[in-house]
Design a protein around this ligand. Structure first.
Ligand code: CP
Ligand code: NVA
Length: 310
């Protein structure tokens, strides 16, 4: 049996594979909008394992698999044996004998890596403490829809150097753009944890305004990610000057977009004026989770489909 292909980090795929996935996404999305059925995954089963909460990820994977002709099963740690200490390696062997593809949202990246090692079928990272590759797949597709290629562009990240930030940094290396990161002291990017090769696509700025100057996209995320709730009070104080507001959007390039993976907290990491303002594309960004992940599942299970992409 051939080893399955997994999607555990953004840099698991090459630039050429992303070119294919983005054009395939456009084809799948347009067909779907025209109500034309596309069922390449008929009879296939996706298992979704959630060890953390979700709205968008669950919805987009479940709806996406159904739209591709397959079905999806939801498991969580509360009411499966996963929460009662069954080894990840055992769970992987059993679950992957009864399904065709698995999506996991969990804590440490090492958990999903162990699962993938013992899985007979492709495993997709639906968010870990370290990465959120499906989110950045959707974000970059959204950027391309609005502004064209992201190559050579500048993305400003303001706030916590979390899983979403790490994935932007990896994406910059794979797709050749720049990320300007501004975090409060003590929350800086850890290049090794972010999985960076040090290719010079990333720069740190103490001042968030400086990070936003000349950016083509300004983006942020919650100050307290899932699993870090105990630090919430301290983080509210530490991040108070790192709210994306209209002044930051003003120093970005004219036509700069604003993105947020959602859920958002207006008045904390972003002002209501920005997230609800004309530069914000957060609803397109959320919708595109559906379309990119359909292309991703199709690619992992069937491979590249020649001919009907453009
Ligand atoms: N952006 C995102 O992954 O949202 P959920 O936590 O709702 O899945
Ligand atoms: N950084 C956030 C993203 C939520 C989609 C978290 O991990 O909670």
């Amino acid at each position: 049996m051939n080893a399955p292909r997994h999607y555990l980090q953004f840099n698991d795929f090459s630039c050429a594979e992303y070119d294919y996935l983005f054009s395939r996404t456009r084809w799948i999305k347009e067909r779907f909008k025209r109500y034309e059925p596309h069922h390449p995954l008929f009879d296939r089963t996706l298992v979704m394992i959630f060890e953390k909460a979700s709205t968008r990820t669950r919805l987009s994977f479940e709806a996406g698999m159904q739209q591709l002709g397959g079905s999806a099963i939801y498991l969580n740690t509360r009411d499966s044996q996963l929460g009662r200490g069954e080894p990840v390696e055992d769970a992987a062997q059993v679950i992957s004998r009864m399904s065709d593809i698995v999506m996991i949202r969990t804590f440490e990246q090492s958990i999903i890596e162990r699962f993938a090692e013992y899985s007979r079928v492709p495993v997709i990272n639906g968010l870990t403490n370290e990465y959120h590759p499906c989110q950045i797949l959707a974000d970059i597709y959204t950027f391309i829809e609005h502004r064209g290629s992201i190559k050579g562009k500048t993305v400003a990240w303001v706030g916590d150097s979390n899983n979403v930030c790490n994935t932007w940094l990896q994406a910059a290396e794979v797709l050749d753009f720049h990320v300007h990161v501004s975090t409060p002291p003590g929350y800086e990017v850890e290049p090794e944890r972010a999985g960076l090769y040090g290719t010079g696509h990333y720069a740190h700025f103490d001042d968030p305004m400086a990070a936003c100057r000349g950016a083509d996209l300004v983006t942020t995320d919650v100050w307290t990610s899932m699993g870090f709730e105990a630090e919430n009070e301290e983080r509210m104080r530490d991040f108070a000057d790192w709210q994306v507001d209209e002044d930051m959007m003003k120093v970005a390039n004219p036509g700069a977009l604003f993105m947020h993976c959602l859920p958002a907290h207006r008045g904390e990491e972003v002002s209501a004026e920005v997230i609800d303002g004309p530069q914000s594309v957060v609803w397109d960004e959320a919708e595109n989770r559906l379309h990119v992940q359909k292309a991703l599942m199709e690619y992992l299970l069937i491979g590249k489909i020649e001919g009907d992409c453009a």
